[in-house]
Write a protein that binds this ligand. Structure first.
Ligand code: SF4
Length: 496
């Protein structure tokens, strides 16, 4: 799949997403449920803002000293008997992993959930090796794989867009005969996957945090599949983005606290694992241990204002509060990294040609910045992308300058301002096709169909996905309403 998940244009993706009522309802429900869980988990911890500040400091420090910590981590992995490979591009990473698979004559691969392996399209690359089979063992990723490699829609909950009936249909293709009860389907998946773990000769995992001072990998999961992926196959490959480094265990502990609470509203996930290669006196664990550290465009952010996005710990909390994500879901973005973090990260990894629209899929409300557990100023970075694009495209700002100067004069001059209010009212009327005070106006769905077909494309672009409520009566704009209520209030006070 790779970073880019769709060949459709942004407009087409958004239109498709808007039609998908089930997906939109599921996203809204998940956002609301996660909000409650996350709030409870944060309150339970207490001093949330101090924790966030600590998280921000740790991530900022790690990113500032990335080369030093990566070197220290790499030395420690090798001291523990492992191998480290630095991959500049996705192609370098997949070539190295395929080479290990060939050298080990690997026939069966098990994988646990990892966004970075999806980013480099590892599954498809490995499956090009004749005779090799591969199984995603995270429940959601397993469902996507069995559903003909469907796209993920969320970085933490990849199958948010599927209901239990759809999951049952997927499982029926591989022999499930039961109903749509989640527990029964979960049991089926568990027994189906067990034989793959037992027979696998290569296990591939991602990495939540790589610990520089001991060369260990920290993973937080809820299903236990990552632990089996690490413990059973003789060869293990860990794939990590180069920014996933932390100085030591103390720092990892702080970040695990922030991550679990922000991602799934839990104090800690069911499994919080620190692992490395197998030591001589240990009974299980991989005999051959590799870590592939991937750049793949991340270094474009270094020493720029966008460096802050490398602090991201992939909790998904910014997606869970984003009003745009709520409407278009993950597939609307066309990147495996959707939502606010994806709007910032995707253009850095793969340029504005492919992801230039994403920074505009934002209302700049700032909810993402407010919730981010490591205090990444997401909406500021989204704005920075827009500035870069404007400058890069050498767009002419003179029209904007004239418009804003006119607005400035108009709002500073009372008579012009009042005239503009009346003018706005009259100008809006022909474009509104809903009744005043209609509930529909609160949930715009329709289309303003009064724009003549010959109107410029720019106008159609605006109104195709927006709706205007019919303006209130001319004499009842907000200022008049306020004046009337003030007068009534004062009259009431005098009468008392
Ligand atoms: S940007 Fe912040 S809130 Fe969003 S996924 Fe990353 S750490 Fe979580």
């Amino acid at each position: 799949m790779g970073l880019k998940t769709s060949e459709l244009s942004f407009d087409e993706r958004v239109k498709n997403a808007k039609k998908d009522k089930f997906m939109r309802a599921s996203v809204a429900k998940a956002q609301d449920a996660q909000f409650e869980k996350r709030t409870r988990a944060r309150e339970q911890l207490g001093h949330w803002n101090e924790w966030r500040e600590l998280g921000e400091q740790i991530r900022q420090h790690a990113v500032k000293h990335l080369p030093d910590y990566l070197e220290e981590f790499s030395e420690n992995v090798q001291k523990n008997g492992g191998h480290v490979y630095f991959a500049k591009t996705d192609a370098d990473a997949t070539a190295y992993i395929k080479q290990v698979a060939r050298e080990k004559n690997v026939k069966k691969v098990v994988k646990s959930k990892s966004m970075v392996t999806t980013e480099i399209d590892l599954d498809k690359e490995l499956l090009k090796i004749p005779g090799l089979s591969l199984m995603e063992t995270d429940l959601a990723e397993f469902i996507l794989q069995e559903d003909d490699w469907d796209e993920p829609t969320h970085i933490v909950f990849p199958t948010l867009h599927k209901n239990r009936d759809q999951v049952r249909e997927v499982f029926q293709k591989i022999g499930y005969e039961g109903d749509n009860d989640p527990e029964r389907m979960g049991r089926f998946a568990r027994s189906y996957l067990r034989k793959y773990f037992m027979e696998a000769d290569l296990g591939i995992t991602g990495c939540n945090f790589a610990i520089a001072d001991n060369g260990m990998i920290n993973l937080v999961t809820n299903e236990g599949n990552a632990d089996l992926t690490m413990a059973l196959p003789k060869t293990q490959i860990v794939v990590m983005g180069m920014e996933r480094i932390v100085p030591g265990l103390k720092e990892a502990e702080v970040l695990d606290n922030l991550l679990c609470r922000s991602a799934v509203g839990q104090k800690l996930t069911s499994y919080c694992t620190f692992s490395a290669g197998k030591l001589d006196d240990e009974l299980d664990g991989p005999e051959d241990f590799h870590v592939v550290i991937i750049d793949n465009g991340r270094s474009n952010a270094l020493n720029t204002v966008f460096e802050q996005i490398l602090q991201c710990i992939r909790c998904g909390a910014c997606l869970n509060v984003c009003p745009v994500y709520r409407q278009i879901g993950g597939q609307g973005y066309g990147s495996i990294y959707p939502g606010p973090m994806g709007e910032v990260l995707s253009p850095i990894l793969d340029g504005y040609e492919n992801f230039g629209e994403l920074p505009y899929a934002c209302s700049l409300c700032g909810a993402c910045t407010e919730t981010c557990p490591v205090k990444i100023p997401l909406h500021d970075l989204i704005l920075e992308h827009r500035k870069v694009e404007m400058n890069k495209l050498h767009l002419d700002h003179s029209l904007n300058n004239v418009i804003f100067k006119t607005i400035s004069v108009g709002t500073k001059t009372p008579i012009l301002f009042k005239g503009a209010l009346m003018g706005e009212h009259l100008a809006m009327k022909p474009f509104s096709n809903k009744k005043e005070n209609s509930v529909e106006n609160l949930y715009p769905e329709g289309k303003i169909d009064k724009v003549p077909k010959i109107a410029p494309k720019l106008i159609h672009g605006w109104v195709d996905v927006r709706d205007l409520a019919e303006p209130p009566k001319l004499r009842e704009n907000f200022r008049h309403w306020y004046d009337r209520h003030e007068k009534e209030r004062k009259r009431g006070e005098q009468n008392d």
